[in-house]
Design a protein around this ligand. Sequence first.
Ligand code: OOG
Ligand code: MG
Length: 255
Amino acid sequence: MKRSIQEIGKILDQAAYSASVTQQISLSQQIGLKEAYDIQKVSIDHRLERGEKLTGYKLGFTSKAKMEQMGVHDLIWGRLTDKMYCKNWGSLNSKQFIHPRVEPEIAFLIGKSIDHTLDLDKATDYLDGVAAALEVIDSRYENFKFSLEDVIADNCSSAAYVIGEWHPPSTDVNNIDISLRINNKVSQTGNSNAILDNPLASLVAISRILSNQGMVIEPGQVILAGAATPASFIHSGDQIKGKFEGLGDVALTII
Ligand code: OOG
Ligand code: MG
């Protein structure tokens, strides 16, 4: 039986809320890209109704490393809320996740409203800061398997994010070597230019996508540019550290 956008949005929100898996939508019904984003919005509206606040947006599949790991080859975007935020060197309880993974990202702090497609060479004018970040992703689908539409509907697997110390917007985010360590062992290595050849291109991309829909990115909001390396599974007891040349460390413990 074909379920409505409202019904699927509620199922995905409940799966995330209760940290329990749900079946991929695409196994039982066909949905298009527009419907997938509509479902994402419905599921996030449930979070907002529970009192969560929108804190920004994330991009996904902005690096080849991630596209190849997950077998999805299009840029996607999702929403971030304050409940997903975790302070640097903070801890998260593994019980709030199903099968979490972590990945290193670059974060942008918006300084001025963005209501149009930014020019790459003017993008930093709209920023208040840049930082190293970690994203915890946790697909609500069995075995972390999904189609493009499935993952968009599931808010692009967003689960939590940690931001390192903010640096001035003029700080170069190009060509930064990154290593992700779990329990003091290197788990992934990469470079920030794996993100669309320049992480600022992610900011341009989200400005284009959202402004085309009449949406405005507000001062104080955060943009996660997408992972520079494949993601690594994480477990209770893990100490995770992202080391970003010139941007410092961002760390998280899973309890
Ligand atoms: C989808 C989310 C992708 C990224 O940074 O590329 C993403 C997933 O891999 O589950 O967040
Ligand atoms: Mg990510």
